[in-house]
Design a binder for this molecule. Structure first.
Ligand code: FES
Ligand code: FES
Length: 168
């Protein structure tokens, strides 16, 4: 079957199988920031933003993504032009192996889109579906807080962002 969806603001018409997950589809299309972790909704490594909400792409059938907007980490920034959240994760020491980082950042981005000045509790809530085996979360929470502070200072939600992520 064929569906048309938007990935990082780019409309794409793709052939999919009825059982293909959104995780498999985006990785097949080259968006490899989206990671396969558990494959059963337990780790958050596969987080993407779907119509403004962070979701576990391993639990979403690609067939249901037709006509919808998907955002992956590739839309936010890269090594040459990092997003403030990516910079803050580096500055706060919130990245070790990095496997959880794309999903963490997208969950944090969805939070900051709707709340530019979140409390620590709100930050922890926003990432409670994203597991990290390495950092112990303290640095991750600090990174989100740091990014939020920097973004408020420049008076923008996410300068440099290439795609609209919407809000949860
Ligand atoms: S791979 Fe999707 S939640 Fe773990
Ligand atoms: S940095 Fe390794 S899982 Fe989070």
């Amino acid at each position: 079957m064929e569906i048309t969806l938007s990935i990082n603001s780019k409309p794409q018409t793709v052939e999919i199988s009825p059982s293909e997950t959104l995780l498999d589809l985006v990785r097949r299309l080259g968006y490899t920031s989206v990671k396969f972790g558990c494959g059963e909704g337990a780790c958050g490594a596969c987080t993407v933003i779907l119509d403004g909400r962070p979701v576990n792409a391993c639990l979403v059938l690609a067939a249901t993504a037709g006509g919808r907007e998907v955002v992956t980490l590739e839309a936010l920034g890269d090594t040459r032009r990092p997003h403030p959240l990516q910079e803050a994760f580096i500055d706060a020491g919130a990245i070790q192996c990095g496997f959880c980082t794309p999903g963490m950042i997208l969950s944090a981005q969805a939070l900051l889109d709707r709340n530019p000045d979140p409390s620590e509790e709100e930050i922890r809530e926003s990432i409670d579906g994203n597991l990290c085996r390495c950092t112990g979360y303290v640095q991750i929470v600090e990174a989100v807080r740091l990014a939020a502070k920097r973004l408020r200072k420049v008076g923008a939600k996410s300068p440099g962002r290439r795609a609209k992520t919407g809000s949860r």
